[in-house]
Ligand binder design. Structure first.
Ligand code: FES
Length: 153
């Protein structure tokens, strides 16, 4: 997702959090937005230096995915993993690379960083992440995604 200057679209962006609040592969910042007339949860996290944001809604079953509030990544911080059935998503673009919804993707939310803050657009169309390569050709695919020990009952 390319950064879009605030003046480039009609809906003014709103500040979500400080850039420093999102540490690399750390806890996500949760927020709500209106999507298809419903209030739905979303989250933003930092992966490979870039802030990405998605609806907190698995592509398999539309349920929230975090293990604990704000915890979406696996133990290695490599994949977004759904706590329900273990679907693994590429954090960079939301593409599901393993699990019951492999080949589908998370719904991205348009975000940008500016002047030490993260912004999002409440009324802008949700972003469509672009994908120019095959996931299996360019990145490792998890063969087994185990939940973090603290997430197990
Ligand atoms: S609900 Fe997420 S993998 Fe099934």
């Amino acid at each position: 997702m390319q950064p879009v200057p605030p003046s480039a679209i009609d809906t003014p962006p709103q500040r979500l959090c400080a850039s420093a609040d999102l540490i690399e592969r750390g806890r996500a910042h949760g927020f709500d937005l209106t999507w298809n007339g419903q209030t739905v949860p979303a989250f933003a996290l930092r992966f490979e230096g870039r802030v990405v944001a998605y609806l907190n809604r698995c592509a398999h079953v539309p349920v929230e995915m975090d293990w604990q509030p704000g915890q979406f990544l696996d133990q290695d911080g490599r994949w977004i993993v759904c706590a329900i059935h273990g679907a693994a998503y590429e954090p960079a673009d939301g593409h599901c690379v393993a699990g019951p919804c492999a080949g589908r993707r998370l719904q991205a939310v348009r975000v940008m960083e500016h002047d030490g803050s993260v912004f999002w657009w409440p009324q802008a169309p949700l972003a469509r992440p672009t994908r120019s390569e095959s996931p299996s050709a360019t990145r490792p695919v998890p063969t087994c995604v185990a939940p973090p020990p603290e997430a197990l009952p």
